[in-house]
Every structure is written in structure tokens, then in C-alpha cells.
Design a protein around this ligand. Structure first.
Ligand code: F6R
Length: 616
């Protein structure tokens, strides 16, 4: 949930760490801090608020130094204030730490340390950890790496940490359990970079090591990186990967916000998702991880999907896809509920975990539970090498490219694309979809990117509708069938970035309660595309109109009936019913984006949120 970054080498650390923090700010933005060492002096700057506030404070001071650690925080223990901001120091002032994660037994450790005379300035679990490291180091008269290793053996929880000793500013120790950390390696080991993801250092090196859980790395100038297992001290051969990320992907590229850029990237992102998998001219879908486990899928009693938030909504779309196209029963579970309710999991169940970040703690825990009960677990992730990608038995990447805006957009449509390919493939193999229907689907999928492109052109029309409803206090989203999860997703997008209360419902459920909310002040967004129980949705629309609700309807191009009734109509291109969510979701993303901008909200970093939720 927090972002950590660091530099050790021959350059000035400040600009590298500070720019790195800016790139990692999507992970948390309650407070920010940086510590620098020039070999003799240590400089610490930290503040409540954003990286930009930190920059203003730091730049009035001496920021020289070749070692730096930075942190951008999403508060867990202790309110966002200066004191609780990272980096934290041990009581002696000798050891500095930045931490992403939670030390669950911090209270017990803190009491023991207080009994030994330690004092604490902050309410954080991190300050407890850094003092534990100091205590272990003094008691055992050992090196920092060993002290960190021993301290972490007693810590329970999740962490990615970077630590250094101010008396030895040529070394940084990093370790991980449950929270990601990447190490960038400069030429001849003359400089090193540390970060929660590789974005802070891509312009400096393409060589990176991603630590695995329970690994600790000793990074020393001029030396090869040494990696050890925290538990048994065994040596791990460093696995250096070549980064595929480039700078363009993590910059706004002329758009005002990352969210808008990512909405506009969807035609390409969807294409990247099916590229190499959908071979329309040959009439096949090739997915190695599905092909290699085809028996498991074809013999599955049911598919259980676990995910959170927007990914859970993609899971709901997948329920329609797998049941409709492949006739495999599906249950879609909130990962956070699944793991705590003693679920029944059978050997013949296939579990699909969906996650953009691949780091969501609840989803990760659900995967571990499913695996412990013998299920085969398939991951649908965006971030390559993420914890979920590694924890699952196998899986398929969405290849959406980095998603930086906190509100998920292209993650959703690319997840649906992967899941649609899987459902189509299984449906065809099971004989549920004839070859000719299968080929129609494949051809249609190749048209989706241009249809999304076409839809994006009505951006300014949607902006006009946004201007009318920007001051609403409540909003309802309705859809049926494949469009019901889209209604949920539309409502989530609006509430998370504009702070307008919004709810999604299956349109037919209106009459069982929510219709009581309808009056002339209530905007109702209805997805009323052709095919998806259109006539029934039209009746639902009439019911709203007769109660003076304000109707914004998403309809299929050429619609005439809904046009007569609705206050505003947004047309989307026609497609086969199972692919409708790939199109109907786009105007809803744009609507919430424009409303949020007009309300002056921070679209890319909505309050209280963070991009990857690595706490339960
Ligand atoms: C909403 C949003 C969140 C995430 C959820 C799961 O726009 O971004 O609801 O979808 O936190 O995250 P991932 O997909 O990374 O597991």
C-alpha cells in the first residue's frame, strides 16, 4: 500500500528518489518522506501530504548525498501526520528504515522494547521494527544484514523494507514478505536502485531482481548482490530479469490524468491482450496456460472466481461468460469473504483469481486457502511477476501495460478480454459453441478495439452530460444480464473518484426496493443495449420515467425506443451480447471521469484509496 524507493551509487540520490516517489505515489499519498546520506551527514525530510509537499520542504535544504531512501505512505498504524511518516530511525539514530506492509505483532514487540528502555515518537509498527533491528544488532554484535534477518524472523505480518546504517552508507539491506520489492542493478555494481516496482529506475537500468517472499538482499557498492532466505539463511542465486517497461508507458503522454490516458489506451490494451492468443484466420484461440491444463478446465465441477473491487466485477462478467458460452457453473466470491467463511472447495474445482496489481492481500490469501485445499488456481493478472502471478499454479497476463490511475479502467476491459477468450475456447472444445459461431466470435473480437476507438470519439458528448449531473448527491446504475456487472462497475467508478454516492442494481430489482429512491433529483444510468433482455429493460426505464427520474441511457446505435423516453442517450456500437461489457463500460468510465474533474476531485489519487491494497 505504500511505495518505497532508494538509490545507492555515484549520482545524486535526491532527484532519483524524489522522482521515484512521484511515480510510486499511486500506492499511497497520505504522507511522504526521504532520508539522504552524503557519507558524513544524514538529512531527513518528511511531511503529511503528497510528494509535492515533501519536495517543497526538501528543496529549501541541502539535499546532497549518494544514498537515499524514500517513502510514500498509505496509513495503517497511526494517522497521517509528520511523525508517523517514514523514514523512521532507531533510538540511537543509527538505523533508518522505510517499510511497506504491516507488522502484526508490533504491539508485543513494542512492549518488550519499552521494557528495555526504548522510546517511540510515532504510532507506527515500522518504528517498532527498526528498534527491534537495533536491539538485535547490539545484543548480537552483528552486521546490519544479520540483524535485519534475525529481527524479521520474529516479526509476523507483511513487509517490504529497505534499511541502512548511517555509519555504513555504502550498503542497503532490503527484504520482502508479502509486499513487492525490485532491485535495479547499474553497470559493474556501481549503482543500485530499490523500489516497490521498477518504474522509479527504468531510465537508468533494464536489469532488475524481484525478491521472492522471505528473501533478504544485501546491496553493497562494488559487490554482487547477495540474497539469503530469512528463515534458514540459505543462499539464493540472484535471478536478473530484463525489464520490458518503458518510460512512455508510465507517463501521462499529453493527457490531463492517467485515468483519461488509460481509458484511451483501451483499444490497444485489448488488442495486446488477445494478440498471439486469438488467431482469427486459423479459427483458434491459443492460450498456453489453458491448453496445458485443459483437462482440469474441461472436467471442472465448477469455477470459483475470487477477486476484489473492479476485478470482482470482471469476475461477475466472467460468470455470465463461462456459464453462457462454456456451460460451466461459476461462483464469484469476494476474496475477503471467501477466505474467512470456511468455503467448501473440492479437488475438481478450478479457482480463478483476478487481480490487476497481483498484490491484493485478500485475493492472495484466498489463493493460498484454495491451494491448501487442493484446488487448481489460475491467475488473471496485469502486473508481470507479481505475488499473485507467482502464487497461482498458472495463469494468463492481461498485458494491459501499467495502470497508474487509482480507478481501474483498462484493467477491467482487458480482464474481460482474457476471460472471454477462455470461455470461448472451453465452450468450443466442449461442443457448446459450434465452429461457425466460434468463428463469428473470433472475428467480432478483432473488431472490438476499433469499436472502442469509435466510442471514445463521443467524449465531448459525455462531458456535456457530466456537466448537468456533476452536483448530484446520489446516482443509480442499472443493467441486466451481461450489463449488470457493468452497472456495478459504473457505480464504483463514480463513487470512488467523484465521492457521489452511487449504487448499481440489476434493473429488475428496482421494483423490489430502490424504486422508492426515484424522484426528479435522482439520475439513473441505465444500460439498455439491444439483445440483453432489451424489452424488459425498456419496461424498467418506463417505471423510472413515470416517477420523474432523470434517465441517462446507454443504447445500441440506431435505437429508437429508448431515445423517446430517456433524457440523454449515449449510443454504443453493436456487438455480440457476451462482448457488450467491453463497450458499455467505456461511456461510464468517461462519465465518472468528467464529473470528478468538474467537481475538482483528484481523479488519479482519490482520497483514502491506494492502487494496490496489500493489507487485509
Ligand atoms: C477500483 C479499483 C479497486 C481494485 C481492487 C482490486 O477502481 O481499482 O476496486 O479493483 O482493489 O485490485 P486488484 O485488481 O489489483 O487486485
Amino acid at each position: 500500500m505504500c511505495g518505497i524507493t532508494g538509490y545507492l551509487g555515484h549520482r545524486e540520490a535526491y532527484p532519483i528518489v524524489m522522482n521515484g516517489l512521484q511515480r510510486l505515489e499511486y500506492r499511497g499519498y497520505d504522507s511522504a518522506g526521504i532520508v539522504l546520506s552524503d557519507g558524513e551527514n544524514v538529512k531527513l525530510f518528511k511531511t503529511k501530504g503528497k510528494v509535492s509537499s515533501l519536495r517543497k520542504i526538501a528543496e529549501k535544504n541541502d539535499v546532497h548525498g549518494n544514498l537515499g531512501l524514500g517513502h510514500t505512505r498509505w496509513a495503517t498504524h497511526g494517522i497521517p501526520n509528520d511523525e508517523n511518516s517514514h523514514p523512521h530511525f532507531s533510538n540511537s539514530g543509527n538505523i533508518a528504515i522505510v517499510h511497506n506492509g504491516i507488522i502484526e505483532n508490533y504491539d508485543t514487540i513494542k512492549k518488550e522494547l519499552i521494557a528495555r528502555g526504548y522510546t517511540f515518537k510515532s504510532d507506527t509498527d515500522t518504528e517498532v521494527l527498526v528498534n527491534l533491528i537495533e536491539e538485535v544488532k547490539i545484543k548480537n554484535n552483528c552486521k546490519l544484514g544479520k540483524a535485519v534477518q534475525m529481527a524479521l524472523s520474529t516479526a509476523v505480518g507483511a513487509y517490504a523494507i529497505a534499511v541502512f546504517d548511517v555509519n555504513e552508507p555504502t550498503e542497503i539491506i532490503v527484504a520482502r514478505l508479502g509486499s513487492p520489492i525490485a532491485i535495479g542493478i547499474g553497470e559493474n555494481n556501481e549503482e543500485f536502485f530499490v523500489a516497490s516496482d521498477a518504474s522509479p529506475f527504468i531510465e537508468y537500468t533494464k536489469d532488475a531482481i524481484y525478491l521472492d517472499d522471505e528473501e533478504l538482499a544485501i546491496i553493497k557498492l562494488g559487490k554482487e548482490i547477495r540474497i539469503r532466505k530469512i528463515k534458514d539463511d540459505s543462499f539464493v542465486e540472484p535471478h536478473i530479469q530484463e525489464l520490458k517497461l518503458n518510460l512512455e508507458q508510465i507517463e501521462k503522454g499529453g493527457f490531463k490524468h492517467f485515468m483519461l490516458k488509460e481509458i484511451h489506451e483501451q483499444p490497444h490494451a485489448i488488442q495486446d491482450t488477445y494478440r498471439g492468443r486469438l488467431l482469427a484466420s486459423k479459427g483458434i484461440i491459443k492460450m498456453g496456460s489453458v491448453d496445458n491444463n485443459i483437462g482440469k478446465f474441461l472436467n471442472a465441477n465448477r469455477i470459483i472466481i475470487v477477486a476484489c473491487g473492479t476485478s470482482w466485477h470482471a469476475g461477475l462478467v466472467a460468470e455470465y461468460l463461462f456459464e453462457d458460452l462454456a456451460r460451466i457453473p461459476v461462483e464469484v466470491e469476494y476474496a475477503s469473504e471467501f477466505r474467512y467463511r470456511n468455503p467448501i472447495i473440492n479437488k475438481n474445482d478450478v479457482v480463478i483469481a483476478i487481480s490487476q496489481s497481483g498484490e491484493t492481500a485478500d485475493t492472495l490469501a484466498a489463493i493460498k486457502l484454495a491451494k491448501s485445499q487442493g484446488a487448481f488456481v489460475f491467475g488473471v493478472c496485469n502486473v508481470v511477476g507479481s505475488s499473485i502471478a507467482r502464487e497461482t499454479d498458472t495463469g494468463a497476463y492481461t498485458h494491459a501495460g501499467p495502470e497508474i490511475g487509482v480507478a481501474s479502467t483498462k484493467a477491467f476491459t482487458t480482464q474481460i478480454t482474457v476471460l472471454a477468450l477462455m470461455a470461448l475456447k472451453l465452450g468450443n472444445l466442449k461442443g457448446e459453441i459450434s465452429n461457425s459461431r466460434f468463428n463469428t466470435f473470433l472475428q467480432e473480437m478483432t473488431l472490438i478495439p476499433s469499436k472502442v476507438e469509435e466510442l471514445l470519439k463521443i467524449n465531448s458528448e459525455i462531458e456535456k452530460i457530466a456537466a448537468i449531473y456533476k452536483d448530484a448527491t446520489n446516482c443509480l446504475y442499472l443493467g441486466r444480464g451481461y450489463n449488470f456487472p457493468v452497472a456495478l462497475e459504473g457505480a464504483l467508478k463514480l463513487k470512488e473518484i467523484s465521492y457521489i454516492h452511487a449504487e448499481g442494481y440489476p434493473a429488475a430489482e428496482m421494483k423490489h426496493g430502490p424504486i422508492a429512491l426515484i424522484d426528479e433529483h435522482m439520475p439513473v444510468v441505465v444500460i439498455a443495449t439491444k439483445k440483453g433482455h432489451y424489452d424488459k429493460v425498456v419496461s424498467n426505464i418506463q417505471e423510472i420515467k413515470s416517477r420523474n427520474g432523470k434517465l441517462i441511457a446507454i443504447v445500441t446505435k440506431g435505437d429508437t425506443i429508448v431515445k423517446e423516453i430517456a433524457d440523454h442517450v449515449i449510443e454504443i456500437p453493436e456487438t455480440v451480447e457476451p462482448f457488450t461489457p467491453l463497450l458499455s463500460t467505456i461511456p461510464l468510465q468517461l462519465l465518472s471521469y468528467h464529473i470528478a474533474v468538474m467537481r475538482g476531485c483528484n481523479v488519479d489519487q482519490p482520497r483514502n484509496l491506494a492502487k494496490s491494497v496489500t493489507v487485509e
